[in-house]
Design a protein around this ligand. Sequence first.
Ligand code: NAG
Length: 218
Amino acid sequence: MKFLILAISLFIVNSSRLTADIYVESLCPYCMMFIKDSLYTAITTPDIEQMVHIRLIPYGNTKRKIVAGKWVFTCQHGETECYGDLIELCAQDSIVKALGAAAAEIPKAGVVHCMEDFIQKPYTNNSFVQAAYHCQQYYPYDANEVINCASNSNGELLHLVAADETDNLIPKHLGVPWAVANKKYTEESGDEIINNLLRWACQNYDGEKIAACYTQQE
Ligand SMILES: *[C@@H]1O[C@H](CO)[C@@H](O)[C@H](O)[C@H]1NC(C)=O
């Protein structure tokens, strides 16, 4: 009986958790600003994952078409952006394999922040290779595996999953970064997440709020 009550209350706690799905691409300036500001503040806030499940999906405005039976991707900011998205997708995937999905939530967003914070102009594929090595010291993945993944079928599969999720958004995303709150887009919540994810979570989470909600300054 006790167990049943515990199970039910866990279910209730989990069901009220917010979700923030944020569609980005590796070389978009506004994505970088969001990642270094709003996202970084949120993911470095202790216990944030109790209120909100944050996901970053690197794909954004990429286009794809089938050429000779194979998907060909065209990224908004060129081939290097496609490579950056692949490195980020592969690193996220490795971290999930290392930690399990639940424990990987914040590190998956964190590794994208680490890479976006590391790369410098002029951006080349090698910027992301170096970022993969740099961020390996902070996150549980093997940089060589991630680099291999970015040019093999595993990376291609991750690219397609990100493509399908992004292209199937209703309504369609009109730009990047694009944030969807609780699986249902509204302009208001989308903008609030991009501007201040922590504040949005504090204002919208109806369970017990984390300590940072009572101390955060503007
Ligand atoms: C950079 O990565 C892209 C995406 O995988 C690839 O198409 C391109 O050939 C790479 N460029 C170089 C110089 O390796």
